[in-house]
Ligand binder design. Structure first.
Ligand code: TYM
Length: 368
């Protein structure tokens, strides 16, 4: 298993990541505390898609004493958005609506330029715009959502990144991120730029409040180094809530833009979605007769994960689907047909909202 901000490979063992990264599991007690503030526990918490955290309890303690928090998350614009990216953003929207929190959303066109030999800056800047449309399409509102485009807004981040960078040694950065002698020096400085939005709220408003970061667990190394320096700089340590990866349509790993044939992008046309789903890896057997007799295995099936993560909110119906698969009563063809329809319906609506976002995108750009 490899899990870094730039690469996820193999079968991800989430319990092992909690230990290795030194995070905390999301316990039933903590979930009950979150639930006190919401009508209904969000599906992604209920199903342990968000499974780990740092300092969520501290953020809740402060909130219950009247100290609000801001949300912070982001996107590295290396290409089109896939449905895996939407997982933490959908959850962020839920937390924002529940706690009435301001969201800072960083689009790291500089990061994606620095880490790839092939990509040029015009390309990542173009994807910044395209990816911001996907974020807005999910329903975020401009009055409390502030998008930071790194190359346009570096003036807002630079002084904070300097404060952070000065307090992190090369040795710490190397052991956290695996930098090599051949790593370019832009990349080596860059983690300080991802740290900066954790603290930007104070600079913009004068209020010192904690930031809560919903993201998949691959981003955690950034927060480890940021948390080490936060208090020295007079800020709260940024808190995190980590989600699992939506898998790709193959075996193992995560849905990743670098494997387009096993990823569903928001701009994929319906026929392509159907084709990708049709070729997906499932827990089915070699022949219909065999599957009718001994059933399928939803625990290894990529399609079942899509119902679990996004497309079957009703847990009773999800359990029924699982049961029918194991009993050989529902075959892969039927399951694939259903998910392709659900996906295409979701994507069609998403694309309509994405189109409308073009008229209002400027309203989300962070103001000075
Ligand atoms: P990026 O563009 O790689 O990913 C954007 C967000 O999507 C999450 N993610 C996934 N979640 C579930 N399933 C998947 N298959 C999947 N693939 C990616 C990532 O964890 C991330 O939350 N450096 C960052 C951009 C960034 C950022 C941040 C992210 C800047 N500031 C603060 C989170 C929080 C990046 O390249 O993300």
């Amino acid at each position: 298993m490899v899990v870094t901000p730039w690469e996820v490979k193999g079968k991800v063992d989430y319990d092992r990541l909690i230990k290795e990264f030194g995070t905390q599991p999301l316990t039933p007690e903590l979930l009950a505390r979150v639930q006190k503030h919401t009508d209904k526990i969000h599906l992604q918490l209920d199903r342990k898609i968000f499974f780990s955290h740092r300092d969520l309890d501290t953020v809740l303690n402060l909130y219950e004493r009247g100290i609000e928090f801001v949300l912070y998350t982001g996107r590295g614009p290396s290409g089109p958005v896939h449905i895996g990216h939407l997982i933490p953003w959908i959850f962020t929207l839920h937390i924002q609506q529940t706690f009435k929190s301001r969201l800072y959303f960083q689009i790291t066109d500089d990061e994606k330029y620095l880490i790839s030999d092939q990509r040029d800056l015009n390309e990542t800047v173009k994807w910044s715009y395209e990816n911001a449309l996907d974020l807005i399409a999910l329903g975020f509102k401009p009055h409390d959502t502030f998008i930071i485009y790194d190359t346009k807004d570096i003036d807002l981040l630079y002084d904070i990144s300097l404060e952070v960078a000065k307090r992190i040694t090369y040795s710490t950065a190397r052991s956290t991120f695996g930098f090599q002698d051949s790593t370019n020096i832009g990349w080596i400085y860059w983690p300080a730029i991802q740290a900066a939005p954790c603290f930007i709220h104070k600079k913009l408003t004068g209020e010192n409040v904690p930031a809560l970061i919903p993201a998949a667990i691959d981003q955690d190394p950034y927060w480890r180094i940021t948390r080490d320096v936060a208090q020295k700089l007079g800020y709260y340590k940024p808190a995190q809530i980590h989600c699992r990866f939506l898998p790709g349509l193959g075996t193992g790993g995560k849905m990743s833009a670098s494997m387009p044939e096993t990823s569903i992008f928001t701009m994929d046309p319906p026929e392509l979605v159907k084709k990708k789903i049709w070729n997906a890896f499932t827990g089915g057997k070699g022949t219909v007769a065999e599957q009718r007799k001994s059933g399928g295995d939803p625990s290894v099936c990529s399609i079942f994960q899509y119902y679990f993560f996004l497309f079957e909110e009703d847990s009773t119906k999800l359990a029924e689907r699982e049961h029918k698969c194991r009993a050989g009563e529902m075959l892969c063809g039927e399951c694939k047909k259903d998910i392709a329809e659900k996906l295409n319906c979701f994507l069609e609506q998403h694309r309509e909202r994405r189109e409308k976002a073009k008229d209002i995108i400027e309203q989300y750009h962070i103001k000075r």
